[in-house]
Write a protein that binds this ligand. Structure first.
Ligand code: SAH
Ligand code: DHB
Ligand code: MG
Length: 233
């Protein structure tokens, strides 16, 4: 019993230490300004789910956009515009972000958040199912960075489109690729199409000779995170 208690105390201490580190990284490298905080509170007020990326993930998207000298960015799944603001801010003044969102109410929240952040001159929301809108983007390709964060079952199809719409040196990022480990194992039941989409996505980016890829645990207490794939030159 005493041993259990001290083990528990050690685990609690470890969890606290992890939170403190994450908070310190966020404060030093990825602090939110008023516009990002506005996007979050507007989303909450509109009753949207709180499933946006973390500030550290936002900063990582900016870092990746900078690394590939991004002028054109495509996002699939806008929600309230939180990740879109991080992305749009990494663009050169001549750059352009297109973000796809199926829910018109979400899209309205996004437009207001983009205006508040002063990025509405370079960030555009298109409303519709991503798989319907993606074929229209061929004339606007290649995109330097694609961020996939919409519904999970079609992630492999989004990857097909991302590969079509990018160039050597482009970066393809997908959120929620770990899901507490479910992202790496065959789903337990036929109904688990959410996990099936992610598992297939991970398997494909890990084995595609055109890509250098890595899944990175960084969110939700290191149980979820991005998978990042660079298109080889
Ligand atoms: N990238 C956002 C979070 C996106 S949440 C952020 O981090 O701030 C997922 C979003 O994808 C939701 O707004 C949902 O409405 C949208 N979505 C779900 N299915 C979609 C589809 N088939 N096509 C386009 N958007 C979709
Ligand atoms: C869900 C979707 C997301 O994009 C996310 O970041 C977290 C959760 C979901 O549908 O549960
Ligand atoms: Mg997500």
């Amino acid at each position: 019993m005493t041993e259990n208690n001290s083990e528990l105390a050690a685990l609690r201490q470890q969890a606290r230490a992890q939170h403190d580190i994450e908070e310190a990284i966020t404060n030093m490298f990825a602090s939110e300004d008023e516009a990002l905080r506005y996007a979050l509170s507007a989303a909450k007020e509109a009753g949207l789910p709180e499933i946006q990326i973390s500030p550290i993930q936002g900063k990582l998207l900016q870092l990746l956009a900078t690394a590939c000298n991004a002028r054109k960015i495509l996002e699939i799944g806008s929600l309230a515009g939180y990740s879109g603001i991080w992305l749009a801010r990494a663009l050169a003044p001549v750059g352009h972000l297109i973000t796809l969102e199926v829910n018109p109410e979400h899209a309205e929240v996004v437009r207001r958040a983009f205006a508040k952040a002063g990025v509405n001159n370079r960030a555009e929301v298109r409303v519709g199912k991503a798989l319907d809108l993606l074929p229209e983007l061929e004339s606007e390709a290649p995109f330097d960075l694609v961020f996939i964060d919409a519904d999970k079952p079609p992630y492999p199809q989004y990857l097909d489109w991302a590969l079509r719409l990018t160039r050597p040196g482009s970066i393809i990022v997908a959120d929620n690729c770990i899901r507490g480990g479910k992202g790496f194992h065959e789903p337990s039941g036929p109904k688990d199409e959410y996990a099936a989409g992610i598992v297939e996505y991970n398997r494909r980016i890990a084995n595609d000779p055109r890509l250098v890829s890595l899944a990175l645990a960084m969110d939700d207490d290191y149980t979820d995170g991005f998978a990042i794939a660079v298109v080889k030159g």
